[in-house]
Design a protein around this ligand. Structure first.
Ligand code: FAD
Length: 559
């Protein structure tokens, strides 16, 4: 490939068909590919797309402020809580970032946080979709991220939306689970307020199934979205569990987050390995206790976010891996310790994770004043039994529908994360809107995923991933609510934005246009991210040079 092949002109005839065949073999095509960040984002956010408005602002003729606004508007098409998600998301988008093949993956979560904070500071309203106001009234049960995302997507499409929330403030686990030092409440309040300002009615202190029945809601609304989360803690199911001194992770965090007094004594043992367990351990540390965590597998299998595990250990949480609780020990009714069983990993189970098995005879006792059980949660269906199957579950289809007029998503459909809850809410809203309008949902684009092997990474300047400051250990204790992770400065933000490779989408570098001897590329008069040059196939000589110099893999051989 690469050498130009000219057809040999035969005096006897027209060789245009030969030429056409050669072009068909080696002619380039401008073909958008799926970036790994978007592929791995459970909320489906067009990460590359929103970053492009800022990274390519001069080529797009945008001022910095215009570029930030356009970027944020593209982002919130998928996720109305970017400042929140930039802080708490485990950022699976970064797992396969192609930049990692050059130096270090792009810090997408910090970029998202920065643009989210910028929009809050500039009071940007969430954009309404243009269109007629719909008469249909929609009900939402639960004001967690799933319900808020769904409500937002319906409200921006012009529907009248009412959210019923059993607690006195909206946010679900964002408010009652995740601690303030990871998610300041001013940020959460600001992003929720913007959704409410779209005209969403929020009925607080209204438990569906208790204060109002599902039947009544079904009479009031043409459709309901159920986003009640999974707040009911699972028990350890070991002797000594019943009685004072044993708390659930979610119950403990709800007390901490509402600033209610909670007595844990000097030694706390937290059982579990997820985000709830880590948060509970770090919160107990801030109450002055010595904290040990028990996790029955190894660090590798731990579901909590890696950064959170590192932070917990740096703060002084002792994590015992391959350790499971056997019995809670009490004296005069008070917790005095926990018997611990040493585990070893056996064969992989159905989920592919290796099953922990007890090592016979290998047990020990840890002294403890409080045990916090943070192993898992399930939905609290009390009063909502009519919504579930005989097996006690719900089974949403691909669009989140569980029955006629009923949709569901978020943790109620299976424990997940904030980003998956936001994605579920959006997909359910799109599905419902399509049903109400009779419009077909656009078929999902079937794009090839682009890997670093199909790109030319040497084109890009090297650059280290930004690292934001954190507050000191001393201030974490003196001001337990202060946010630990600081944000990026403006220069850092722009430098990190500039590290995005725009994998699989034209970034307007102009290489194709410069290297094309046949002048087959023309600059677009109305450039857009991914769309800077118009390719004229008729004049293409098929040398494929443009493909060789296209850094991002947007140009590839036509198939
Ligand atoms: P929820 O957030 O639980 O919201 C459900 C809402 O429904 C609540 O407001 C609830 O009060 C309301 N509700 C329930 N029943 C009724 C009823 N009958 N009537 C009316 N309202 C009702 N995920 C991450 O991505 N990153 C993290 O760092 C992270 N940390 C976590 C830390 C903790 C301590 C916990 C508990 C969870 C954490 N998660 C994290 C998980 C994440 O919070 C959840 O996946 C997410 O909040 C699920 O959203 P949801 O809307 O489905 O449910």
């Amino acid at each position: 490939m690469g050498a130009r092949t000219e057809p040999i002109r035969d005096l006897a005839g027209d060789l245009s068909h030969v030429r056409a065949r050669q072009i068909a073999l080696i002619s380039p095509q401008q073909q958008e590919k799926l970036s790994p960040c978007q592929m791995n984002c459970p909320s489906g956010t067009d990460i590359r797309g929103w970053i492009a408005f800022i990274a390519q602002r001069s080529k797009l003729g945008l001022s910095t402020e215009q570029a930030y606004t356009r970027a944020w508007q593209r982002l919130v098409e998928f996720n109305p809580l970017p400042a929140v998600l930039g802080r708490v998301c485990p950022h699976p988008c970064e797992n396969q970032c192609n930049r990692g093949a050059k130096d270090e993956v792009v810090s997408i979560h910090m970029l998202e946080r920065h643009i989210g904070d910028w929009a809050l500071a500039h009071n940007l309203p969430l954009p309404q979709l243009v269109g007629k106001v719909n008469d249909a009234s929609i009900g939402v049960v639960g004001a967690g991220p799933a319900g808020l995302s769904f409500a937002y997507q319906m409200a921006r499409r012009g529907y009248a939306v009412t959210i019923y929330e059993r607690l006195s403030q909206p946010g679900g686990m964002l408010r009652y689970g995740i601690p303030e030092y990871r998610l300041p409440r001013a940020i959460l309040d600001g992003e929720i307020q913007r959704i409410i300002e779209l005209g969403v009615e929020l009925r607080l202190d209204c438990a569906v199934g208790k204060d109002i029945s599902v039947d009544e809601l079904r009479r009031r609304h043409v459709a309901l979205f159920v986003g009640i989360g999974a707040s009911h803690p699972l028990l350890l199911d070991i002797p000594g569990e019943q009685g004072p001194g044993v708390l659930s992770g979610t119950g403990f965090m709800a007390c901490i987050n509402q600033h209610q007094p909670v007595e844990v004594g000097k030694r706390v043992v937290v059982v579990g390995g997820g985000n709830t367990a880590i948060d509970a351990a770090r919160a107990a540390l801030r109450l002055g206790a010595e904290v040990t965590m028990l996790y029955r597998r190894t660090r590798q299998e731990m579901p909590a976010m890696a950064e959170e595990i590192d932070d917990a250990m740096a703060e002084g949480v002792d994590i015992q891996f391959l350790a499971a609780p056997l019995e809670i020990l009490r004296e005069c009714g008070c917790v005095v310790g926990i018997r611990v069983q040493k585990m070893a990993l056996g064969e992989p189970d159905a989920s592919g994770r290796r099953t922990p098995r007890p090592v016979p005879g290998d047990t020990c006792v840890l002294p403890a004043t409080t045990i916090i059980a943070a192993i898992s949660q399930q939905p609290d269906w009390r009063g909502l039994e009519a919504l579930i199957t005989a097996a006690g579950t719900i089974r949403p289809d691909g669009g989140g529908q569980i029955a006629d007029g009923l949709w569901a998503g978020g943790d109620v459909a299976g424990l997940g994360t904030v980003t998956s809850a936001i994605g579920d809410g959006r997909r359910a809203a799109e599905d419902l809107h399509a049903q109400l309008t009779g419009e077909q949902l656009p078929a999902p684009k079937q794009l090839e995923v682009i890997t670093a092997a199909s790109m030319h990474l040497s084109f890009y300047a090297p650059g280290e991933r930004v690292r934001a400051e954190t507050i000191t250990m001393a201030s974490r204790y003196s001001e337990p609510s202060a946010e630990i992770q600081c944000g990026l400065g403006e220069e850092q933000f722009l430098a990190e934005i500039g590290r995005c490779l725009s994998c699989g989408s034209c970034l307007g570098c102009g290489n194709c246009w410069m290297y094309c001897n046949a002048h087959s590329y023309e600059q677009s008069k109305a450039p857009k991210p991914g769309d800077y040059f118009i390719f004229n196939q008729a004049s293409c000589e098929g040398c494929s040079k443009c493909i060789e110099v296209c850094p991002c893999g947007f140009l590839s051989k036509s198939k």
